[in-house]
Design a protein around this ligand. Structure first.
Ligand SMILES: Nc1ncnc2c1ncn2[C@@H]1O[C@H](COP(=O)(O)OP(=O)(O)OP(=O)(O)O)[C@@H](O)[C@H]1O
Ligand SMILES: [Mg+2]
Length: 339
């Protein structure tokens, strides 16, 4: 969709402080490359949505950012600390909520947080204060004495967030934080993340599209280990949403290749393809980016000129969901052509 998506991943305004910088990170597992030259920046205070389908490489990226394992190549800076050179200092800046949290089932909520605080090196007085503060912040007051094994999934996520917040890290890294929650819990957790994002930088990985438009300031989209698009939530909503899909139905299906050729010759039409073929008619779909004029008059003029019967021509707005699917499917078809 974007000629060079990486070009747009840089934070545009130079006066914004950068919290995370990932430069050309790649990762191989046993000879299989699952991340390919991924670069992005996150400004201080920004909530960045990291969107991609299952297997895209989100968790792998998260694990690299949090220092769980190193990239095969490339570099990462967290708040100006080089993660490879100063892992200890860089990791101190990060609060991490993993994809599946290994919580200690037979510990109590408050006890677990005290333990986690100790693991993070918080001294006794600071630890006590921090634990009380995070219990309050994450709405865990009612369950502070409860066994973790008896918590609902929503409360477990709150506890995971509270744990990540101990020590007030600058950066919060959340890997699919609403996975497996019921709709009410999802809303509560999203609201909490949004609030937490007012005070710090958040990296939120998710495969749920509405989540990024609800929670995030900016979104980067990943597919099969590569970044394929990026923009602010507003750009994706407002800009891309204005993209149109045009549906053209013509008679004389035996002239389909000629018709495709005509449509492809028009500037500004992308992704021209046959969507339906019947004995007496054929339908084509294509997209028109938001900044290009409505091509319908031009299409009908061309068809009339060539004497191809035009049965119908329609224009529809694309939803964000369709745009997301299209970005991913055009990425798939590009990969198909390459292999
Ligand atoms: N330790 C590993 N060894 C080998 N392959 C791995 C390993 N971890 C991840 N992969 C592979 O790397 C690719 C990306 O996986 P990753 O877990 O990063 O995706 P994801 O975007 O987090 O997906 P999901 O939405 O399902 O959590 C997948 O093909 C996965 O099978
Ligand atoms: Mg994952």
């Amino acid at each position: 969709m974007d000629a060079d998506p990486a070009a747009r991943l840089r934070i545009e305004s130079p006066d914004r402080e950068i919290c995370v910088r990932a430069e050309n990170i790649s990762k191989n597992f046993g000879g299989i490359r699952v991340l390919e030259n991924v670069s992005f920046e996150i400004a201080k205070g920004e909530i960045l949505g990291f969107l991609g389908p299952n297997g895209a490489g989100k968790t792998t990226t998260v694990r690299i950012l949090t220092g769980f394992f190193p990239p095969s190549s490339g570099r990462v800076w967290i708040a100006e600390q080089d993660l490879a050179r100063n892992p200890g200092r860089a990791k101190q800046r990060i609060g991490y909520l993993p994809e599946s949290i290994g919580l200690y089932e037979d510990m109590r909520v408050e006890e677990f947080l005290k333990f986690s605080g100790a693991m993070k090196g918080l001294k006794s007085a600071a630890r006590k204060e921090q634990v009380a503060q995070k219990i309050e912040r994450c709405g865990l007051g009612d369950v502070r004495k409860r066994l973790i094994g008896r918590l609902s999934k929503g409360y477990r996520q709150r506890l995971g967030l509270a744990q990540a917040l101990l020590g007030d890290p600058e950066l919060l890294v959340l890997d699919e934080p609403t996975n497996g929650l019921d709709p009410k819990q999802i809303i509560e957790i999203r609201t909490l993340i949004r609030e937490l994002g007012r005070e710090r930088t958040v990296f939120l990985s998710t495969h749920i599209l509405p989540e990024v438009s609800m929670v995030c300031d900016r979104v980067i989209i990943m597919s099969r280990g590569r970044l394929v698009a990026s923009g602010t939530a507003e750009e994706l909503e407002a800009g891309l949403k204005k993209a149109r899909e045009i549906l053209v139905t013509a008679g004389e299906p035996w002239r389909r290749d000629e018709a495709i050729g005509l449509l492809r010759s028009l500037p500004g039409l992308e992704d021209v393809r046959v969507v339906k073929e019947e004995p007496d008619q054929v339908s084509f779909s294509m997209t028109v980016p938001a900044d290009k004029p409505d091509p319908r008059a031009e299409i009908s003029r061309l068809f009339v000129e060539k004497g191809i019967a035009l049965l119908e021509i329609r224009s529809a707005r694309l939803s964000l969901e369709e745009i997301f699917m299209r970005i991913l499917s055009s990425d798939d078809s590009a990969a198909g052509e390459a292999s």
